[in-house]
Structures are given as structure tokens and as C-alpha cells.
Design a protein around this ligand. Structure first.
Ligand SMILES: [Zn+2]
Length: 59
């Protein structure tokens, strides 16, 4: 069991869709159930931090 994975929320950097994602030990973000990336075609995701931080919006 050398692989350590974290589960986090991640959002597509292009369209903003949120996914549950696995964060590999090397930092790679892979949306669960969406191996090919986002529906919009983008494969770049931004990991959302703690939900407490995510709830704090700057407006
Ligand atoms: Zn997208």
C-alpha cells in the first residue's frame, strides 16, 4: 500500500464544474468517475481547500 491518495473537491478551471477528485501523492488531480477530465473538455482542475474556507466567498 504505497499509494496515498486524498479525496478532495476540485473545480474545473475552465467552466467551474465541481468534482470529487483524488489527489495522488505526486499532486496529480484526477476527478473520480471522469478519467477523461471535465465534460467541457478541459483536464485542468483546481483543488478546493477545506470546506470552511470554500464557504468563505469574497464578494
Ligand atoms: Zn469544465
Amino acid at each position: 500500500m504505497g499509494e496515498e491518495e486524498e479525496r478532495r473537491m476540485a473545480v474545473c478551471t475552465k467552466c467551474g464544474s465541481a468534482y470529487a477528485a483524488r489527489i495522488a501523492s505526486d499532486g496529480a488531480v484526477q476527478p473520480i468517475g471522469s478519467r477523461d477530465g471535465c465534460r467541457c473538455g478541459s483536464s485542468e482542475f483546481e483543488v478546493v481547500r477545506e470546506s470552511t474556507d470554500a464557504a468563505r466567498r469574497e464578494e
